[in-house]
Design a protein around this ligand. Structure first.
Ligand code: UD1
Ligand code: MG
Length: 453
């Protein structure tokens, strides 16, 4: 089978410089959803019709397996499919999809293709309010005779509630002739793809219809309102899938997945969390409220507390992160590591049971096991030109308000006194301290503010 994706339309009502089909649902372009669904059907070829937004659409969606046909100007859906003709092979069926209808399920499309094997099949739905859509006109026996666009419809035809979703399975061999016969003598002055239905009927070809399981599968996006509505529908579907798998969600309506989220048994997710890219939460992982996790793996039993931000990071088993922690790319936390509030970690490995509980910056560091990183500890990893490493051995105790000027290493078991600026390597089990001697003055009078009476 061939698949052609119509994505040349303008999308005026989006009020945006970004071409409509590039607007995202769940962090992925509308047209990318359609392309991914198309791929899942293993077609012989996928031809994308683009035009409005031009090369931006093509370059943003480019992939080796896609063929492209430019439609300029855009003279209607029939004219759009015509542009695909030179790319269509001998495959008997051609499935037409819309680049702005992102959530159609592959099973629905398989049913449509099955229905259309001996002729032509249209994906239809019956809507409470059919306004704006092309209507499916049937004869007294219930056979489809044609599709009439709303703008060309009589009052009686407008009362039909079964509509054309636009998605169709067509016999490839007939397309060149039918599309050649289309005229634009209609209310919109366009070449309607829908007019080929009457041509097929005239040839005695059987016309079938198939229906999606849910109405949202055929909803298109024409405005930001519809984009937001479809996003919520999609997110709720994803959330329900998680619930079905046994994930505990504090509120399925307050979760956003923009990528692939994989959860083990007894995972718990509080409200307001966003998951981007590839995120894995192992058994009994517990994600507190309002966390953002992007390309993160959280091991079994680990807890990410409220308002934490993690990106390209690995969290070990039974670790505790946050509240208000930031794990930047390259962070790897071992088992039972604790990272507390206002701690930023970047490109660093922290081994088992080490703790950085308050206010610290750890960058380009390797920290051993059972290390205590005191409040206010800073790795000075950057000299203005280059980044340098800080190596800290097992069982080191770093007192509060310490600067570790990299490159520097602290041997196992060493102690760094509070307030120290470490500029030279510290040997194992040493105490290192750099602190001005404390002086004291008796009866010190603080300056007073002059009083204005
Ligand atoms: C079309 C159908 C209508 C159906 C409705 C479903 C026709 C004539 N009408 O109407 O029966 O109920 O969709 O939403 O087919 N496109 C191009 N090139 C063009 C015109 C459109 O690529 O020249 C693309 C658009 O980007 C869009 C799709 O085709 O993805 C549908 O175009 P749109 O203008 O929305 O068609 P409707 O008038 O809504
Ligand atoms: Mg439309």
């Amino acid at each position: 089978m061939n698949i052609t994706i119509l994505a040349a339309g303008q999308g005026k009502r989006m009020h945006s410089n970004l071409p409509k089909v590039l607007h995202p649902i769940a962090g992925k372009a509308l047209a990318q959803h359609v392309i991914d669904t198309a791929r899942s059907l293993s077609p012989d070829r996928i031809v994308v019709i683009y035009g409005h937004g031009g090369e931006t659409v093509r370059t943003s969606l480019a992939a080796e397996d896609l063929l492209w046909a430019k439609q300029e100007p855009q003279l209607g859906t029939g004219h759009a499919v015509m542009q695909a003709l030179p790319h269509l092979g001998v495959s008997p069926q051609t499935l037409v999809l819309y680049g702005d209808v992102p959530l159609t399920k592959p099973e629905t499309l398989k049913r449509l293709l099955q229905a259309g094997r001996d002729g032509l099949a249209i994906l239809t739905v019956t809507l409470a309010d059919a306004s704006g859509y092309g209507r499916i006109v049937r004869d007294a026996a219930g056979k489809v005779v044609r599709i009439i666009e709303e703008k060309d419809a009589t009052t009686a035809e407008k009362s039909i509630r079964e509509i054309n979703t636009g998605i169709m399975a067509l016999p490839t061999a007939r397309l060149t002739e039918w599309l050649g016969k289309l005229s634009n003598q209609n209310a919109q002055g366009e070449y309607y793809l829908t007019d080929i239905v009457a041509l097929a009927v005239a040839e005695g070809l059987p016309i079938h219809t198939a229906q999606p399981d849910a109405e949202w599968e055929v909803l298109g996006v024409n405005s930001k309102v519809q984009l937001a509505e479809l996003e919520r529908i999609h997110q709720l579907t994803l959330a329900n899938n998680l619930l079905e798998q046994g994930v505990r969600l504090a509120d399925p309506a307050r979760l956003d997945i923009r990528g692939a989220l994989t959860c083990g048994r007894d995972v718990s997710i509080d409200v307001g969390c966003i998951f981007e890219g590839k995120v894995t939460l192992a058994e009994a992982a517990d994600i507190g409220p309002y966390c953002l996790l992007k390309n993160v793996s959280v091991a079994a039993g680990a807890r990410i507390a409220a308002f934490s931000h993690l990106e390209d990071a690995i969290v070990g088993p039974d670790a505790v992160v946050g509240p208000y922690a930031r794990l930047r790319p390259g962070t790897e936390l071992g088992p039972e590591v604790h990272v507390g509030n206002f701690v930023e970690i970047k490109n660093s490995k922290i081994a088992a049971r080490s703790k950085a509980n308050h206010l610290a910056y750890v960058g380009d560091a390797e920290i051993g096991e059972r290390v205590n990183v005191g409040a206010g500890t800073i790795t000075c990893n950057y000299d203005g030109a280059n980044k340098h490493k800080t190596i800290i051995g097992d069982d080191v105790f770093i007192g509060s308000d310490t600067q570790l000027v990299a490159p520097v290493s602290i041997g196992a078991g060493a102690t760094i006194g509070a307030g120290t600026t470490v500029t030279r390597n510290v040997e194992p089990n040493q105490l290192a301290i750099s602190r001005a001697k404390q002086v004291a003055f008796d009866g010190w009078q603080r300056p007073k503010k002059a009083r204005k009476d």
